[in-house]
Design a protein around this ligand. Sequence first.
Ligand code: SF4
Length: 738
Amino acid sequence: MSHIRSSIQTSCAYCGVGCGVSVSPLAEVTPHVNDEQKNSKASAPMYNLEGDLQHPANKGQLCAKGERLLESLVQPNTLRYPKRKSGKPIDWDVALTTIADSFTKTIAEFGPDSVAFYLSGQLLTEDYYVANKLAKGFIGTANVDTNSRLCMSSAVSGHMRAFGEDVVPGCYDDFEQTDVIVLVGANSAWTHPVLFQRMIKAREQSGTKIIVVDPAKTATSAQADLHLQITPGTDSLLFNGLLQFISENEAQDKAYIDEHTEGFDVVLHTLSSQTDLVKTDQLASSLGLTESELTQFYQLFIANEKVITASCQGVNQSTSGTETTNAIINCHLALGHIGKVGCGFFSLTGQPNAMGGREVGGLATQLACHMGFSAPERQLLADVWQTESIAKDKGLTAVELFDAMADGKIKAVWIMGTNPLVSLPNTAKIQQALDACPFVVVSDITQDAATAKQADILLPALGWSEKCGTVTNSERVITRQRGFIPVKGNAKPDWWALAEVAKRMGFSAAFTFSSSAAVFKEFAQLSKAVKAQFPEKQFDISGMSELTDAEYDRLAPTQWPVTSAAMLGQTERRLYQDGLFSTPSTKAQFIATQPLKSELSVGQHQVLLNSGRSRDQWHTMTRTGHIASLRASIPEPLVALHPIKIQQLELNDGDLVCFATPDAERDLVSCEQSTSNVQAAARVVADDNQSPDMAFMSMHWSSQFSLGKGVNQALNSQLDSISKQPGFKCQATTITKV
Ligand code: SF4
């Protein structure tokens, strides 16, 4: 799509709320644009952008980042042509043939698992689908993972263990129709601002209570009715205690438990061996709470008919994220609060299309349409795709994949729409991996990203304002992303580049897509076949399998499942209302969980370092770092420390410090060795919102925008053992004045 038309409805590029935006050529709205606006839009003078009043996620609202989407369009150093590492521009045909030849040669010599794809929650569903079809269907490797592994894979594992499928049962409407909202490890005021504003409005209108569980004081906790400032790493203990409280007070929904769940008694039995749970005062002390705070929370949870618990990276980005997710879900199952209005567990997704990627098998641990690697599931895929090369088993997850690359096992990789050299933990190891990999392809919109500079072949991808396809937000709503500006240079859709490489690798018949509509239609037809054979699966877009190109083009936001064309445009629906889950027995599973075992203690010169997002920036800043109005709030890397800690460390507010974790590999970046080459560095800012042992530094910074290399240079790649999601939170880190 390269022509301009009036008022185009598309979706915001930044977070999982998935707000709809409406873009119009500025000429048509001139009467509504004042002189100040005309002048201030020097970087994007041609369009007007506002929230889409019709979109169910935001109903016209946008946050600061969303409002400035147009300012992101003038990207410094936009990549317009394919290039070699030398910087020499090359034709698409040369680039695609080079990639196909290199992948084919590598596979012939070292086998299918010697190649890998590392994708992104920024890709459209169509891009994700073609990448997965090529890798898992025709190359025969499941070494396809995504940066979504870094943000929600613990929630995915928790869903699968409890419900039998990666399903978010509720919808945003539930936050407005509930009595109590519990936000766990979620600074939603900053990270999901439009959804948080919906919660605040609901409180104003109907008195909803907002409870925040977070070791730190945040912009979100400042607006809470109750802030449980728990000791870091005790989230699952808090919810195990709640489950026991539910049982002791006989508040459980016995009929629901008997009819729709399994494992309740087993889980209760395991709780009896957890010594912290024996007495309330002991539990409160272990959690760092007063008894009064603890019982107030537990009472609110069981006394109200409608309670919704939402979690985000404070839960997911921990080495016990999956366990905590299941500890929370256990409590909702015990009360029968799943699939009902205003109730249940809700995973807040970080990226705009993390869920769309999960639907097509973007994670190394799944196949398309929520299928696993069982023989019948693999066979179905082989039949639909007409291939005999379906990957046999799960592939390497994000950190494992780069470890294998550093070990010389992955010899060709295609990285799309993500910047792992900044965003993955232990970035020194990622650099080692990319250095060791004989052939690196990167698809991006800029040549300035740290990872893009490592590419043997760099491919120009379409930007947000240029590309067409679909994304799925946190509440399962599929929204059309629609391009509205002419394509810059010779950039191409990612799905097209993947299909062209597939054809050059000898898979022509299966990759003859003529448009993103054709890709989506094939995906929907696969969904129809999967639902027919595995009716227990909730994921279902079979009702979209006959969409014409015109219907795809004008598709209104639609929440899955979509079982018939009559459901197009429908949203705000809940799953599991009938109490029948996706497990073989149709019953939801209580999961016995153990609180985090590792000691979250700190040495004399250490802090528990947390990384996360700040309000006005996006990921590694490649889209937002050049926008002056967004840079203004936090213009340089800061590390927030409690004044007591600053004193203990003999530092001063404003000092420049660097970090190192006590790991052998981290010694590479120890402060002693890096006095002339500062690595993970930031300026100290006194912040009594932090608890004394904790520190916070945002994830966004890299040497592209500052002196240092960013927080991930200092963080270890420790993983949740179930989801393989890295734990970016609460790592004991030495902090030293530079
Ligand atoms: Fe975009 Fe998220 Fe802000 Fe909505 S809340 S406008 S999706 S960044």
